[in-house]
Write a protein that binds this ligand. Sequence first.
Ligand code: MG
Length: 333
Amino acid sequence: MPTYRELRQEQEKHIIGPYGTLSSASRGRPVPEPEDAVRTCFQRDVDRVTHSKAFRRLRHKTQVFLQPEGDHYRTRLTHTLEVARIARTIARALALNEDLTEAISLGHDLGHTPFGHAGERALRDITGSFHHYEQSLRVVDKLEKDGKGLNLCQETRMGILNHTTGQPRDTLEADVVRLSDHIAYLNHDLDDAQRAGIVLPEDVPEIIRVRVGTRNSQRINAMVTDAIENSAAGAVAFSPAMAEAYAAFEEFMYAAVYRNPTAKGEESKVKGILAPIMDYYTGHVEKLPPEFLAIAEAEGPTVAVTDYVSGMTDSYAISTFENLFIPASWSVK
Ligand code: MG
């Protein structure tokens, strides 16, 4: 009797097209393990990421808007879920492996710092080199499960590492996640910027309104459909008309939102929180939680402190700062 997993591996050969990645053809895990009876290797990766601590922390990490006051702004967790949905839709239409696509999507931002890209830039300034995609791989390889890591498949690992533009191609599923990440953040950050009143509907350039759409769902649908229709030849791409609108969209978002002076003002505050915390723990390595002490010994204090601080949620970083540097108030009854 074949196992459920073996049956699924057979089904994949009919569902997944020539450009997709079969779970039965995976390059395997860094440390070999027996196969599961029910789930394919990529299904297991989806589950491992979903059950990780770093995944749960995404709930309290900023996407773009720091410490948002409303309940409807995106967090790093809802961003991740939106990426996974968009990527699975594209992967299914292109006959790629949806499970691998989902595993990469859910893991791609696990290494993101507190306070979004402001936090990432602050850590890069402080340490000299920090990239969230490299840290995402470090989280799944080393930091989860008290230093044992999740031992994910090579295809999932490489997809997590190269989800940022400019990295070499590994699988088409990874390319789909990379594009889906952009589709997701441009659209939800525009939606949030409008919610915050930073951008008015009429500020959005005409090329975006005409070619992509005026509503969030309309824009996502237009970009996803265009990508599906133009990716048939084993490469993930937009049509030239959508590529032009997409470039204008990105340029607009950088000018209006990501480099907005209001947001920039908040950035110096982020560095003002993270730099003293980094300094403090670099000078007091013994105060790190026990799981980081072994890292400090093996790879030096800077690596251990970076691992610890980059893993913090926004709220945890703020309360750490308060505990370390703000005198406690004496409550008077
Ligand atoms: Mg992302």
